[in-house]
Ligand binder design. Sequence first.
Ligand SMILES: Cc1ncc(COP(=O)(O)O)c(C=O)c1O
Length: 381
Amino acid sequence: MIEGAKRLHTVEEYYFSKKLREVNMLKAAGKPIINLGIGSPDLQPPQKVITAITEGLQDANAHKYQSYQGLPELREAMAGFYREQFQVHLSPMTEILPLMGSKEGIMLISMAYLNEGDEVLIPNPGYPTYQSVTKLLGAKPVFYELDEANNWMPNIMALEKQDLSKVKLMWISYPHMPTGAQANYKVFEKLIDFAKRNNILLVNDNPYSFILTDAPRSILKVNGAKEVCIELNSLSKTFNMAGWRVGMVLGDGKHINNILKVKSNMDSGMFYGIQKGAIEALRCSKLWYLSLNSVYEQRRALVWKLAEALNCTYDKNASGLFVWAKLPPYAKAEEFIDVLLKNNHLFVAPGTIFGSQGEGYIRFSLCASTEDIQEAITRVL
Ligand SMILES: Cc1ncc(COP(=O)(O)O)c(C=O)c1O
């Protein structure tokens, strides 16, 4: 018997991978399941992006290994995107590294900075990958609790009372997944000061920056941020390109170099055609963002109705690709969603998959058509 490595015991199969097997079995049995669980954009990327990848295929250079750092043109497009959208100025030569999605970045950053036994501050609730990658590398997750009363912002005073001597890295993700809370620049400034005082690398995972936000923000806009701070961004949600796997990490050249050292030993450059498509996406005008958000606004208005029909409450100021809804008192998230799946054939994510602070909440995805959401409302009324 050839055994898997010990590190496999530190993680479990991803919740969605397990639950989707159950959902698929119900579908195979003929149940008309509506999936409001997963944040995988169902809309199309801009047409010019599809044209660029198609034309890219015909280029004689398309099939060769590509540079580990991506085409200079791609890094320039990423720099232009940050300059235009966030007024953040970055060198395309040294301060930007294209990635295969921001998820890849979570692993690469962790590999570049964590030694066994190091501690990592992780939001609860938060994206489960921060925790699993930390454990896979033999480092220790230290959860910081977010709650509704504090608008899901870190309590820095409480953090500062803890022993932080072993903490090397802190994950934040604003606009926050799963709650949709938006951090303002005051919050970012305080977090950066906290990171400086405690010698912690602060990473803002920012893939939802353009979905239903009041104003897109980058933590790198704060003066002095680059000393202790890096940011991840992604084309997955902003341009409906989740399956293409294009993201980026941005920050000071010394951090980008450390991450490149890991990446260049793990994979080779991104497929040429995908880079050409990504360049076109990053050059989209304001119209793209307006039209994308008008679809999500319509869907969100219906999901709010669905949440109300289920006696849930929600925050109308929240942003992002999800509606984070509070269940009626005493309802348990996983029991609630199991009943919805069984009785109404609706699949919704329980808040608990994002951490214990998600108990009492469920998360609806906006990646479903208005017809499907309307049908979901009819089923629960
Ligand atoms: C908070 C957060 N970070 C990162 C990711 C991964 O995104 P990408 O497709 O860029 O790898 C997701 C995807 O759902 C996410 O919710």
